[in-house]
Design a protein around this ligand. Structure first.
Ligand SMILES: [Ca+2]
Ligand SMILES: [Ca+2]
Length: 126
């Protein structure tokens, strides 16, 4: 489970331990940011779920997961205009890599094409 908020403390991950119990929160993203929207998708094709954060008046971030849920490497995208109230992930240009659509208030909705080109014949994730 990933939670963001407008208090300016970044986002937090709670790992599912066994059914309905969760770990202590792990802070992700920059603490100065206010993430208003969160999406989870494998953005780099390594079969490990990554986190996409849409922030208020700050660039968004793709947080590449190391696969253990303990280390997330940020890759910024976009600008600092508006507030991202909605994120959608999908391959919009058919190159096999997931792209990001960010719906923003007080700024245009934006499409961010993923610059990765994933192998089309890669092994499906389990
Ligand atoms: Ca990944
Ligand atoms: Ca794509």
């Amino acid at each position: 489970m990933v939670i963001g908020g407008e208090t300016g403390n970044g986002a937090s991950i709670y790992l599912n331990l066994d059914g309905l119990s969760f770990s202590r929160p792990l802070s992700i993203g920059e603490e100065k940011n206010k993430p208003y929207s969160i999406a989870i998708a494998d953005m780099n094709g390594d079969c490990k779920a990554d986190v996409v954060l849409g922030n208020q008046e700050a660039p968004g971030a793709v947080l590449i997961n190391d696969g253990k849920g303990s280390k997330f490497t940020p890759v910024p995208f976009g600008d600092n205009k508006g507030t991202v109230y909605g994120l959608a992930i999908g391959d919009l240009n058919g190159d096999g890599s997931p792209d990001i659509v960010a719906a923003r208030s007080e700024a245009q909705t934006m499409l961010f094409l993923n610059s990765l080109t994933l192998k089309k014949e890669r092994t499906p994730c389990k």
